[in-house]
Design a protein around this ligand. Structure first.
Ligand code: URP
Ligand code: ZN
Ligand code: ZN
Length: 461
């Protein structure tokens, strides 16, 4: 099967030019002006922008949380991803304390196998580092193509590892050629504030926000950065939200330390005033870390352009309102997370590129290329080049639409962006040489999405 995409504006992290793209089988075979080729199918991309399929490295599908599961599974979640131009996701397989990394991997493989529409990989979350885990780290990198190890400095009862385990894990991962990622917030400070607010009868969603002030994230980010410096491990901070944490990253550059940083679309666009919404409405945005202030949004946009923030992900982890209601009488029982996977690219284009906050090249860098490089998927994913997977978005930069739970593809009965006007639409999405989405319809079957083995990581991108 061959496809010719004619006359599109091709944008990568580095380039911006008008050309044809010729796809043979699963990969890009030629790029150039007026390519002299015969193709099985021709798509006219005149007036459209063609960019690499998105890579979202922070997604939770079918995640067990507080006795329930995030409401998108591999079927609904990866379908929504494709509609929004994201062709590869990286989810998290969480080790159970006392259990093995392989048990976690098996559990997540079962969730994904034969169900995914988009390509996928897993990070593995290490919640219990011991001699057996040490050996598994090596096997994951060498045999399984899983090269990133997630840690939590919060969620004391279930997921957190202490600083001793963190340092030991970092040393092991550095030796073996992997990367350590972190949810960097100070669990003890947060637990103390949660208990205080509960004792005072302050139980509404607003107190989720008030239990995780900026300093809890800034402190943990700084501590993690220092431990990464001490051990020399390549390090990545997930879902950074605030100026205080970013200042630690900036400070680390003075000793020529590079820490990879991800923010998420919601932290660029939404702010904590939403927690003051009427009644239980604020629960829609209960996530950790919480939304912050407008000054933090400004710091994050600047951080993208300063090269301090490398990735815009989503931390997609949706729950139905009925699931959120488990915390109606106590904010600490609201399952954390929100739906965003489908709208990352269109929102970032509309609010970022369109409004002049970031360039087109930066858009591609932070939605696809950097994540692919950092997590060992490049150049198979994350760019448009000869030999790369033909994961492409053909994008109409002028089409206007409005986000709504009525029309989104997430398995979630609300949207955090309800009524949000967007300019720009993913019209056609190709995954490994097949037209997966075309004008609002899906054309690939469940199970087409494939597990992608990842390579070793480098400290610099
Ligand atoms: O609220 C969130 N972020 N839920 C998902 C788990 C995590 O901490 O990333
Ligand atoms: Zn987290
Ligand atoms: Zn997460």
């Amino acid at each position: 099967m061959s496809i010719l995409i004619k006359n599109g504006r091709v944008v990568t992290a580095a380039d911006d030019y008008v050309a044809d793209i010729f796809i043979e089988g699963e990969t890009v075979a030629a790029i150039g002006k007026n390519l002299p080729v015969e193709a099985g199918e021709t798509i006219d991309a005149t007036g459209k922008v063609v960019f690499p399929g998105g890579v979202d490295p922070h997604v939770h599908l079918d995640l067990p949380v507080m006795g329930t599961f995030s409401s998108d599974d591999y079927e609904s979640g990866t379908r929504a991803a494709l509609f929004g131009g994201t062709t590869t996701i990286i989810d998290f397989a969480n080790q159970t304390r006392g259990g093995t990394l392989y048990a976690a991997l098996d559990e997540w493989r079962k969730k994904a196998d034969q169900k995914a529409f988009a390509d996928y990989s897993f990070h593995v979350s290490v919640t219990d580092f011991n001699d057996r885990t040490r050996r598994e780290v090596r096997d994951f990198i060498e045999k399984e193509g899983i090269t990133s190890f997630k840690t939590f400095m919060a969620y004391t009862d279930t997921l957190r590892i202490d600083d001793g385990q963190m340092v030991a894990l970092m040393q092991a991962v550095r030796e073996d050629g992997g990367l350590v990622t972190v949810h960097a917030t100070n669990g003890d400070m947060i637990d103390q504030l949660v208990a205080k607010h509960q004792a005072e009868g302050k139980l509404s969603p607003l107190y989720h926000y008030r239990s995780q002030p900026e300093i809890t994230e800034a402190e943990a980010s700084g501590r993690f950065i220092d431990m990464a410096y001490y051990t020399g491990v390549p390090a990545y901070i997930v879902h950074m939200t605030c100026e205080g944490a970013l200042n630690h990253v900036r400070e680390a550059t003075r000793r020529n330390q590079k820490v990879f940083v991800e923010t998420c679309i919601q932290y660029l666009l939404l702010d904590a005033s939403l927690y003051e919404s009427e009644g239980f409405e604020g629960a829609k945005w209960v996530m950790s870390p919480p939304l912050r202030q407008k000054k933090d949004q400004q710091a994050l946009w600047a951080g993208l352009n300063q090269g301090l923030i490398h990735v815009v992900g989503t931390d997609h982890c949706p729950f139905m309102m009925a699931q959120k209601r488990a915390g109606e009488g106590d904010f600490a029982k609201i399952p954390n997370g929100h739906p965003a996977l489908e709208h990352r690219l269109e929102l970032l284009h509309s609010e970022g590129v369109r409004k002049g906050r970031i360039s087109w090249n930066k858009f591609v860098e932070v939605t696809a290329t950097n994540a692919a490089k950092i997590f060992g998927l490049f150049p198979q994913k994350g760019t448009i080049a000869i030999g790369s997977d033909a994961d492409l978005v053909i994008f109409d930069p002028e089409e206007q639409h409005t986000i709504s739970a009525e029309t989104h593809h997430h398995h979630c009965d609300y949207s955090c962006y309800e009524g949000w006007p967007v300019t720009g639409k993913c019209k056609t999405v190709l995954l490994r040489g097949r037209v997966a989405i075309d004008d609002g319809a899906i054309n690939v079957e469940k199970g087409y999405g494939r597990f992608v083995k990842r390579g070793k990581v480098s400290k610099v991108i």
